[in-house]
Design a protein around this ligand. Structure first.
Ligand code: GAL
Length: 497
């Protein structure tokens, strides 16, 4: 793991815990204050200037009520043509960092380097150059769910050929933008892309392959990530000096009954089948968590499968995967209570293999725009500590965290800002009490945008977007104004009310 020389966590002074109030604390110097977006969710211009189709273009165009009101990202926030408007929002917030993703099929319309779409290159150069000109550091995600359709037609993430294709694409991006971009994320949330895209079929490409599709897709995502990291390390790191990671999403898992050994073990399995599935091979030893391997193997056997449904890495692959992240990129939204549950469903699946059932505590508030998003700020602190203890005290960026409102969303989102404020307090505790090396925080999202299967009904933005108006105006929510204040103070300080 490469170290980041700019991190000076040793000079943080420990607070006197008994009378310490996070409201009065400052964040570390050079803390990265960010917001995040993804290409398909904001850009629009789905076929503009030679862009090729992605699996999300296909998925949404097929209709079938898989997306709220059959909405699409064809126009979304129009960021492909309205980038200057996004930049105004970024400046208004005073962000130090902005995380966005490249649309693979805007740059390489068929997913291969056989044809490069110069207009796509120009667009991202414009975005990166104007961020830098305004003192904002770009964090660039290479792949955020929108695989080029042509590659899906060749098997997508279930085919091993994707590993080479992704590596070529990554190398192209490093070569093209790497003199200016120093923070890279290879793949966003492989867990979500694999489980919802290739097992449950709820997200693009809509494949339902219970019990095998997600494991196979994830297997190739891990190898593709590792290949890209090695390419960066060998070819580009010396001259470009950047850092490369993969964005992993995770819930925090609490045992449903804290006194039940079975529930405690189930909570551990929930972590193993979510975060550790990817983090153990990449940050520790090149292989899947032992509990995941043994559970899937046992359940597969019970189901009469000739071998475990979880693919195996060869020894050579394990060596290649181990240690391929320069920092820990965490997307956190919620916490679950976990109850032991055997033989959950007849059909094989990731959740059935896990033999654990997730429950939401009814006392936790839920974000109005997402029924799954129970608001549990303290879960983030525990998760950060878990990452510190399990993954050798890495440098961590929270690359996504947010709370949605349902449409119509009030501009005065006082309640939502309260969720952010409580979350920032937990982050301060993680930094100063638990000594987690947290280097930055990115709110999901800069703008209200196309929230996958929820379409435009679920609003995560710091800025409201009026999707009914062709100008797609951006207006700050109260949370944007509060966030700008926190950024300029580098601390929570007292609320302006
Ligand atoms: C993440 C995803 C984002 C965004 C967010 C809110 O899983 O990376 O694209 O949609 O969830 O649901």
């Amino acid at each position: 793991m490469a170290s980041d020389p700019s991190v000076t966590f040793t000079n943080l002074s420990s607070p006197a815990v008994c009378n310490w109030n996070p409201e009065d604390a400052s964040f570390p110097e050079e803390f990265a204050w960010g917001a995040a977006t993804a290409a398909y969710q904001i850009e629009g211009g789905w076929d503009a200037d030679g862009k090729g189709p992605s699996i999300w273009d296909t998925f949404t165009h097929q209709g079938g009520d898989r997306v709220f009101k059959n909405q699409t990202g064809d126009v979304a926030c129009g960021s492909y043509t309205l980038w200057e408007e996004d930049l105004k929002c970024i400046k208004q917030l005073g962000l130090t960092h902005y995380r966005f993703s490249l649309s693979w099929s805007r740059l390489l319309p068929d997913g291969t380097t056989g044809f490069i779409n110069q207009k796509g290159v120009d667009y991202y150069n414009k975005v990166i150059d104007s961020l830098l000109a305004n003192g904002v550091t770009p964090m660039v995600t290479l792949h955020h769910f929108d695989l080029p359709q042509n590659l899906e037609d060749q098997g997508g993430w279930r085919s091993e050929t994707i590993v080479k294709a992704f590596d070529s694409y990554a190398q192209f991006c490093f070569r093209t933008f790497g003199s200016k971009v120093k923070l890279w994320i290879t793949i966003n949330e492989p867990y979500v892309a694999a489980e919802l895209g290739y097992e449950k079929g709820l997200m693009a490409p809509g494949v339902t392959e219970p019990g095998t599709g997600a494991y196979l897709a994830a297997h190739n995502m891990i190898k593709a990530h590792a290949a890209a990291w090695h390419s960066y390390d060998k070819i580009f790191r010396k001259t470009q000096g950047g850092l490369v990671s993969i964005a992993l999403n995770s819930d925090w898992a609490e045992p449903f009954n804290p006194n039940s050994l079975a529930d405690q073990e189930a909570a551990k399995r929930h972590m193993a089948f979510c975060l550790d599935w990817f983090a153990t091979p990449i940050f520790l030893d090149g292989d899947y968590p032992a509990i995941m391997k043994s559970k899937i193997s046992a359940v597969s056997k019970r189901q009469g499968c000739p071998s475990s449904r979880l693919p195996e890495f060869t020894e050579k692959e394990k060596m290649m995967i181990k240690g391929t992240a320069d920092f820990f990129s965490l997307n956190y939204y919620t916490t679950r209570k976990i109850r032991h549950q055997e033989h959950m469903h007849n059909q094989p699946s990731v959740s059935a293999d896990k033999e654990a059932e997730q429950v939401t505590d009814p006392s936790w508030p839920v974000a109005t725009g997402s029924s799954w998003l129970a608001v549990v700020p303290w879960g983030l602190r525990l998760l950060l500590k878990y990452i510190k203890d399990t993954y050798n005290h890495p440098i961590i960026y929270i690359t996504e965290n947010g709370f949605s409102q349902s449409d119509p969303a009030p501009l005065d989102d006082t309640q939502r800002w309260e969720y952010f404020r409580l979350t920032l307090q937990e982050i301060l505790k993680a930094i100063y009490i638990d000594r987690v090396m947290l280097k930055g925080y990115f709110i999901w999202s800069l703008l209200d945008n196309f929230e996958w299967t929820c379409g435009y009904s679920s609003r995560f933005g710091l800025f409201h977007v009026d999707f009914e108006s062709s100008a797609l105006p951006r207006i700050p929510y109260k949370s944007a104004i509060e966030y700008a204040r926190v950024i300029s103070n580098n601390g929570l300080m007292k609320s302006c009310g």
